[in-house]
Design a protein around this ligand. Structure first.
Ligand SMILES: Nc1ncnc2c1ncn2[C@@H]1O[C@H](COP(=O)(O)OP(=O)(O)OP(=O)(O)O)[C@@H](O)[C@H]1O
Ligand SMILES: [Mg+2]
Length: 322
């Protein structure tokens, strides 16, 4: 697709944000799923919405395309209000929903042709568009297969095809690569970059911090319905987790020593993962020296990542028990 073609679809009022949310709220009975979130997404930007399970990401997204109503705040998408103009917004939006929601009994190409008709693609263009997208997603060799016979990764790619049928100005990706193998994730990232290069604005939620770090120009971290931090990935690492992280092998007595060290010098934090116990913060040198006296030395020193920022801000591990 030509860049000019995509750009004209992204937004009409030049310079104004594609999405602008102010004090957005959503209550489900007594559950406050979104509690006053404000953010804006500029044209052509890849914007990340990160947060642990239950943070309110999908709810915010569903409000955006009119699948659920908001309880408060203001919101515009392409300058339109989803509460009143969801139909108009949907015409310019492509959504990869968190659940595939595909009609598994149908054939791959037949199903996409049906969607192409539903979204109003002119009859003469449908076949070409569907075949082009199936090719771009490496699904052309399975055009005649039944959807239920596709692998999970192929079904996810097919949801991408569905989202792109109408050349969206805003592409919303709700955990597009969850559960996919590394090769399929790489393939998806390539496609997302290509779309971005042609001027598509992208809203991405993901639990993979490496994905967010690679794809997003800017992102917010949500927790319990609120936005806790905002910035470009590198900026956030510099702001919240500058310096290095020391990874100590898990060994008897290490946790107790860290608790003792924290009582003296609380200027560091740690979390445990498969690699070991990760320690970081301005007090790291003092902790290393203290632990060194007890024969405990780090296995590696690594630069901090967006995952460290995420854990620092949300205070828990990814995919926690919310
Ligand atoms: N239809 C609904 N009815 C009642 N509660 C809901 C509904 N949809 C979401 N919630 C609640 O709102 C909160 C936010 O859910 P949401 O699905 O937006 O989280 P999320 O950030 O997308 O999480 P995940 O990473 O697990 O997809 C949760 O407490 C959830 O249980
Ligand atoms: Mg979700």
């Amino acid at each position: 697709m030509k860049a000019t073609e995509m750009n004209s679809l992204s937004n009409d009022a030049s310079g104004s944000p594609v999405v602008e949310a102010k004090d957005l709220r959503k209550n489900f009975g007594s559950v406050q799923a979104v509690r006053g979130a404000s953010f804006s997404i500029a044209r052509g930007e890849c914007f990340g919405l990160l947060g642990p399970n239950g943070a309110g990401k999908s709810t915010a997204i569903r409000i955006l395309y009119g699948a659920t109503s908001r309880s408060g705040g203001s919101l515009t998408v392409f300058g339109l209000d989803p509460a009143r103009e969801a139909r108009e917004i949907k015409k310019r939006l492509g959504v990869v929903t968190q659940e595939n929601a595909l009609d598994e009994d149908m054939g791959v190409r037949a199903n996409m042709m049906m969607y192409a008709r539903c979204v109003g693609l002119p009859r003469a263009d449908r076949g070409k568009r569907v075949d082009e997208l199936l090719g771009a997603m490496s699904l052309d060799h399975r055009s005649n297969a039944r959807i239920r016979d596709l692998s999970g990764g192929m079904q996810r790619r097919l949801v991408f095809v569905r989202a792109l049928l109408r050349q969206p100005g805003l592409l919303v990706l709700d955990e597009p690569t969850t559960g996919l193998d590394p090769a399929v994730r790489l393939h998806m990232w390539e496609r997302v970059r290509e779309l971005k290069d042609t001027g598509t604005t992208i809203l991405l939620t993901t639990h993979y911090m490496d994905e967010a770090e690679r794809l997003c120009d800017r992102l917010v971290i949500m927790n319990e319905g609120e936005i806790k931090a905002e910035g470009a990935p590198r900026e956030m690492i510099e702001r919240y987790c500058p310096g290095t992280v020391a990874v100590f092998p898990k060994e008897a007595g290490l946790r107790e020593r860290l608790v003792t060290a924290a009582a003296e010098n609380p200027d560091f934090s740690w979390f445990e993962d498969r690699a070991g116990i990760n320690v970081r913060g301005p007090g790291l040198a003092a902790v290393e020296s203290f632990l060194g006296h007890h024969g405990m030395i780090p296995r590696i020193l690594r630069p901090s990542t967006l995952e460290d920022v995420f854990l620092e801000i949300t205070g828990r591990e990814l995919g926690g028990d919310a």
